[in-house]
Write a protein that binds this ligand. Structure first.
Ligand code: KG4
Ligand code: ZN
Length: 413
């Protein structure tokens, strides 16, 4: 996967979030059965789902572009856009048909409008705009990262506030979720996201040629190969060891790995593009360093939250989500941190960690319940490829310069 493209220049108008609710939920009309259609197209999945107010999934459909992008060596925004265009209508139709719900029965349509690839966001938003006007339904614009953070609440009772670590091909961030639309951002990536790094390392290692990895994403391939690797054979430095904040950086690690690969290619006398004999060891060392970086930043975030009373004293929770969160080694590393600090670790099942229409519909349900961000079908909403999550607290975190006790990440494969 890729970092969200900054190359595409689009004029984006701010969303009018503080809009007067169109569908007054206390009125008779709003007794419409509070069903929400969610639509997701921010990156490389075209997703749609219909949920009722309790979070029951009545119907869903998902079209993944991952195999196409795997073959082309990363997401090409125009290809992603075309695939969304080809699948958008069918995916929404399928979700509606499977749910047995007619458009007129929907209480709202919730669609990802930020952040993401401009060309991809545009397809979902354009479709939604037409759909809500045609069927005269309220529209709820969704922040993709808010949706990731809240998905866990569809699956179990997780009261606010909680700490959340979101790690995917497009993002890494640490935030305190204080309410449905109330987040404190403690850290974010300064360059690339961990999934992006793993995908690039996998490509540099030509793992697509590995018999066990040809259909796996970079992160999945690295997790699989790392199981038979010895991480101690490569000593990659954990990033940002002397920066005492909760931000992330993975580009330097990617360079370290690339240099090690060049050295090994020279030693083995092979060309770039040949599978090295030590791929398992490189995979294990890379995975360990990513896990260690995520664990250290999260540990500091927990200490910051404790020092500032940002989490409840009884049963504080860390939610881990995003595509990279399906990595068992990374989960294990984070569980060592949560055990050490007395937090409870929650990871949604893999299918809810990655992008889908369900999480967008659920965010719509949460907003609908609180009567927030519900717009008239005629309001002009624009997408925003770049959109930070919540109130930026990264300067305060950095100023606190919290030093952590060292924790040994002794993780069995
Ligand atoms: O959330 P996601 O499906 O899509 C976005 O990036 O938004 O995440 C995909 C990313 C890819 O970079 C992929 O390599 C990574 O998640 N990933 C993994 C694993 N499965 C997927 N990374 C590490 N270990 C895994 N098991
Ligand atoms: Zn995502």
């Amino acid at each position: 996967m890729t970092m969200y493209s900054s190359r595409v220049k689009v004029v984006h108008r701010l969303l009018q979030y503080r809009h007067t609710p169109w569908c007054s939920l206390s009125s008779g009309k709003a007794s419409c059965s509070r069903l929400v259609l969610g639509i997701e197209t921010s990156c490389d999945e075209t997703g749609a789902a219909v949920l009722d107010e309790t979070g029951t999934i009545l119907g869903e459909s998902l079209h993944s572009q991952k195999q196409v992008h795997l073959r082309s060596g990363g997401i090409i925004p125009t290809v992603a856009q075309q695939l969304h265009r080809e699948n958008m209508e069918r995916v929404v139709q399928e979700a509606l048909e499977r749910s047995g719900v007619e458009p007129g029965q929907l209480c709202a349509v919730a669609t990802t409008v930020k952040p993401g690839l401009a060309l991809s966001l545009g397809i979902g938003l354009e479709f939604s705009r037409r759909f809500v006007r045609l069927h005269n339904r309220p529209f709820i614009p969704i922040h993709h990262m808010e949706a990731h953070a809240l998905t866990v609440r569809m699956l179990q009772h997780v009261p606010f506030p909680f700490l959340v670590l979101l790690v995917s091909g497009g993002h890494s961030l640490l935030a305190v979720a204080r309410g449905v639309d109330d987040f404190l951002l403690l850290g974010h990536t300064l360059d690339e996201a961990p999934g992006d790094t793993l995908d690039k390392v996998a490509r540099r290692l030509s793992l697509i040629k590995h018999p066990q990895c040809s259909t796996l994403s970079g992160g999945q391939a690295i997790e699989l190969l790392a199981k038979d690797g010895d991480r101690m054979r490569f000593n990659f430095r954990t990033p940002m060891g002397h920066t005492y904040d909760c931000c992330f950086s993975f580009a330097g690690l990617r360079n370290q790995v690339a240099m090690a690969i060049v050295k090994k290619e020279a030693e083995e006398g092979v060309e770039q593009g040949t599978l090295l004999s030590c791929v398992n060891d490189i995979a294990a060392a890379t995975q360990h360093t990513v896990a260690s970086h995520l664990a250290k930043r999260t540990h500091r975030a927990i200490l910051f939250c404790k020092a500032n009373g940002l989490l409840p004293s009884s049963s504080p929770t860390l939610v881990l989500s995003g595509g990279v969160a399906s990595n068992q080694y990374i989960r294990e590393a984070l569980s060592i941190i949560t055990e050490t600090t007395g937090l409870h670790l929650l990871c949604p099942p893999a299918k809810f960690c990655t992008d889908n229409g369900v999480m967008i519909a659920w965010n719509g349900v949460e907003l609908l319940r609180e009567g927030k961000r519900i717009l008239s079908p005629n309001v002009d909403v624009c997408y925003e490829p770049k959109a930070p999550l919540g109130v930026d607290m990264t300067a305060e975190v950095k100023a606190a310069a919290i030093r952590m006790p060292s924790v040994r990440l002794k993780i069995p494969h």
